[in-house]
Design a protein around this ligand. Structure first.
Ligand SMILES: Cc1ncc(COP(=O)(O)O)c(C=O)c1O
Length: 416
């Protein structure tokens, strides 16, 4: 969910008028955002990038991952989590999620092999991973934890901001996220030497603009530099973030309280790892069967987690086909260094995840919802539950007028 208004338009217009669109030398918006967002997160460094995908790859390069390494990722995440692993020459090992629809710690531990070097917990749909369990397992096995917080902007796990609990974190600011600059992303990290490597991965020429640090050996990489337009918009978006998250948390709480009596009928909220601290962009329910979930969303406009296409491993064509790079010699699946990594996948390798995803219904929250909107949502969830579980007819259930689910979750605060 994101909201934009006149403030963003003014901030971008100001940068355009100044002519200072480049982040180094003339502009100050990216520097200001990096410093403010690091403080907001509670980490030492934040490095802006052109996208969340770039940020993930830069984070992996920053901590030294590459050919010969397996990186464990969940079966349910946007495919960039997997393709970023391949972009650095490593191999993604895909494991099950649990009913929180985030990485199952038991599946993670069971999948650790001799080549495993890292794990990527993904705070999917703004919901928190079980970071206590994941960190405990990772520490015991000496693994690096890269938090994919691309969908978790503004969220926390038990009071610590997503992206600051593991060794390094990656964020996206694309059109669908809680804070946006159209496209964009960045990396959060405490270790100064790793931060320098991340900045080199994002912009191999950054030392030219920022001054050379002789302690860090520069290396070649692809450019993914942020612009001042991005920095200017994000500086305004950051001011909105806490208010939006607070409103979504309050809405989630109200909906869960309002539908609690439906538990008797069989409508169960999905278990959550940090319900009072996560982004609360969705209220999730675990239905007893995929058929019940299908029927539910035909009555109440909501989303089945398993039917969001690119977010489940079965849709990651390049990965399933072993097409890990454009050039065959650069394809991690064919690199001699990866010969001992597990490199085969099948569409049914995580059937437990598919079962859970097809039973999980997500009701999006929206910081602009009024109390009346929320009451209507609670009423209609109740009506849908009575139709699905108690066999009521639509007439008997008395549905109120329904808002369609907004695919982009965009909300403009200024008059067009
Ligand atoms: C979980 C997750 N990881 C990574 C990404 C990649 O971010 P971007 O689209 O900014 O490259 C996304 C974006 O949707 C995402 O949702």
């Amino acid at each position: 969910m994101y909201v934009v208004g006149q403030e963003e338009i003014d901030a971008i217009a100001e940068v355009l008028r100044s002519g200072a669109l480049f982040r180094y030398g003339v502009g100050g918006e990216c520097d200001r955002f990096e410093e403010r967002y690091a403080r907001y997160l509670g980490c030492k460094h934040f490095a802006l990038a052109a996208s969340g995908s770039n940020a993930l790859a830069a984070a992996m390069i920053g901590v030294g991952l590459g050919p010969g390494d397996e990186i464990i990722i969940p079966a349910h995440t946007y495919m960039a989590t997997a393709t970023s692993v391949l972009a650095v020459g490593a191999i993604p090992v895909i494991v099950d999620i649990d009913e929180t629809i985030t990485l199952d710690p038991a599946a993670f531990e069971a999948a650790i092999g001799p080549r495993t070097k890292a794990v990527v917990p993904v705070h999917m749909w703004g919901a928190a991973c079980d970071m206590a369990a994941i960190m405990e397992i990772a520490t015991r096995h000496n693994l690096i934890v890269i938090e994919d917080a691309c969908q978790g902007v503004g969220g926390s796990y038990e009071g610590r901001k997503f992206g600051t609990i593991g060794h390094i974190g990656a964020f996206s600011f694309n059109y669908y996220k809680n804070m946006t600059s159209g496209e964009g992303g960045g990396v959060s990290v405490n270790d100064g030497a790793v931060a320098e490597r991340v900045r080199c991965a994002i912009d191999p020429c950054h030392f030219y603009w920022h001054g050379r640090n002789d302690a860090v050996q520069p290396f070649a990489g692809n450019g993914a530099r942020a612009s001042e337009l991005m920095g200017a918009m994000l500086n305004v978006q950051l001011d909105r973030l806490d208010g939006m998250i607070a409103a979504m948390r309050a809405e989630k709480k109200a909906i869960l309280a309002g539908v609690a009596p439906l538990d008797n009928l069989g409508l169960r909220p999905a278990p959550m790892n940090s319900p009072d601290h996560d982004c609360s962009t969705q209220v999730m329910f675990t239905l007893p069967s995929a058929a019940a979930a299908d029927q539910f969303v035909k009555i109440f406009p909501a989303v089945i987690a398993g039917k969001t296409g690119r977010h489940t491993y079965t849709e990651w064509d390049q990965v399933l086909m072993g097409a890990g790079a454009a050039h065959p010699q650069m394809n991690p699946y064919r690199m001699p260094a990866n010969a001992e990594c597990r490199r085969s996948y099948s569409k049914d390798m995580c059937v437990r995840s598919l079962g859970i995803l097809n039973r999980t219904v997500m009701v999006p929250t929206n910081p602009r919802h009024s109390r009346q909107d929320i009451d209507d949502i609670i009423h209609n969830i109740g009506a849908a539950a009575r139709i699905v579980f108690a066999g009521l007819s639509r007439e008997e259930a008395e549905l109120r007028s329904l808002q369609p689910v907004d695919a982009q979750k965009f909300d403009m605060k200024v008059d067009a």
